[in-house]
Design a protein around this ligand. Structure first.
Ligand code: PLP
Length: 425
């Protein structure tokens, strides 16, 4: 099989070939985000297969990639949504997701916003005692979930690790007596208990340890419907990378969960809210090489995008594999791939990539999660188009922005030159 027709991905359930990706840049221009619906579907199925419980609820974390067509795709698979803002709730409803399948897990938002989400019918998840008390006093009949912080350090990066002792997230497990007093005094209805300890969990033992703390906490509530174990599953970023062993986690947690339900006396739902796991690997970000610049120490490949469109390497130090899909069989050389933003803007240093020529298209892997959703208009650039590869075809799911998008909400003032001149005199 010629290289350009072969699958360029490690796992064969990807449907897009390099040739398909190149034709997408011809049709829709660059830079452009492309998501493979097959891969999203496969990840969803792999996750649901790993947990053998009667009632499994998967809530996709919208903030990872919030395009309405992606939400619709996940909804069609039976997936619910995890949201962190009222706007994400509204996007979910626009995508046709039933409000009962949307959980709202904000941090540090106002009571007014929580009330608005309550009106929309989503499941409220509260993560601090102050709001819990105010909400419980006003709406004792509205069931709420409580976000517990088990203080278990998980996660690969201090910016995405949210379970530690100084974390702003969740209600500390050590505040349980206070929490219970609020629940009792207000007579509120707690129907769920939740934790989310951070991203990039590799150690299943740590995750299971946190789960035990959550089970202990759950015993304090008599009328639960579900326990939500959050997310943080790690996906591979490069060849040979370790990832969360979902099947192993599934086997162990399923067993423990069933035991717990038996003790509790009720078949609870087991919930998760993965973002990255469902969409990260589905995405490719395609950019064109504007210039090859040889300096005394490095060869730079300068591309037609920057951290305004893909901030993860600069913000989190994330690794995204970079492939030259225009010259896949070229001789490999070392490059620093850089963006066009007027600041240090490096996508990858000293990367071994098949020879890059001006005009070539580079493909960035793991571009599904926290890429487009963190894009901005910095340097007054347009945000890219988004494509969903579905059923062997490219579907435009977001148009590239235009100049009107940059000016749409600006209110122009006018300054009279004579007045300025008068003042100067
Ligand atoms: C961000 C977030 C998630 C998703 O995390 P991933 O690492 O993308 O899976 C899940 N739950 C909550 C509450 C979050 O804030």
């Amino acid at each position: 099989m010629p290289a350009e027709n072969s699958f360029i991905f490690a796992r064969n359930y990807f449907q897009m070939t390099q040739k398909d990706l190149l034709s997408i840049t011809k049709e829709f221009g660059s830079p452009v985000y492309v998501y493979d619906a097959e891969k999203i579907t496969a990840q969803y199925q792999r996750l649901t297969n790993a947990f053998d419980v009667k009632n499994l609820r998967i809530h996709y974390a919208v903030k990872a990639l919030s395009n309405i067509s992606v939400l619709k795709l996940l909804n069609s698979l039976g997936c619910g949504l995890d949201t962190v803002s009222v706007q994400e709730v509204k996007l979910g409803l626009k995508a046709g997701v039933d409000p009962s399948k949307i959980i709202y897990t904000p941090n540090g938002v106002s009571l007014e916003e929580i009330e608005e989400v309550m009106q929309l019918g989503a499941q409220i998840n509260i993560d601090n005692l102050s709001i819990l008390e105010q909400f419980g006093s006003r709406y004792p009949e509205t069931p709420v979930c409580i976000r517990i912080n088990p203080h278990v350090m998980a996660g690969g990066n201090s910016k995405i690790s949210v379970g530690h002792i100084d974390s702003k997230f969740g209600i500390s497990i050590h505040q349980m007596p206070h929490l219970l007093r609020i629940v009792e005094n207000t007579g509120m209805h707690v129907n769920g208990i939740h934790m989310h300890t951070g991203s990039d969990i590799l150690d299943i033992g740590v995750f299971l340890h946190a789960s035990e703390i959550l089970f202990e906490a759950a015993k304090n509530f008599k009328d639960l419907d579900f326990i939500d174990f959050g997310s943080g599953f790690k996906v591979p970023y490069r060849e040979g990378d370790i990832e969360t062993d979902i099947e192993e986690l599934g086997a162990q947690l399923t067993k423990r969960f069933k035991e717990f339900c038996q003790q509790y006396g009720k078949d609870l739902a087991l919930a998760f809210e993965p973002g990255k796991y469902l969409v990260s690997e589905s995405g490719k970000f395609l950019a064109k090489v504007n210039v090859i610049k040889q300096t005394t120490s490095t060869v730079f490949a300068g591309i037609d995008t920057g951290f305004n469109h893909l901030i993860r390497p600069m913000f989190y130090g994330s690794h995204h594999e970079i492939t030259n899909i225009s010259n896949p069989s070229g001789k490999e050389r070392f490059y620093s791939v850089v963006g066009y933003i007027c600041e240090t803007d490096t996508f990858g240093n000293n990367r071994r990539i098949s020879e890059i020529r001006e005009g070539d298209i580079l493909s960035f892997s793991n571009a599904g999660a926290y890429c487009f959703s963190m894009a901005s208009n910095f340097n007054s650039r347009y945000r890219p188009a988004e494509i969903l590869w579905y059923d062997g075809k490219a579907h435009l799911i977001r148009e590239r922005e235009t100049f009107e998008d940059l000016t749409r909400h600006q209110v122009e003032m006018n300054f009279s030159e004579t007045k300025v001149a008068e003042k100067a005199n």
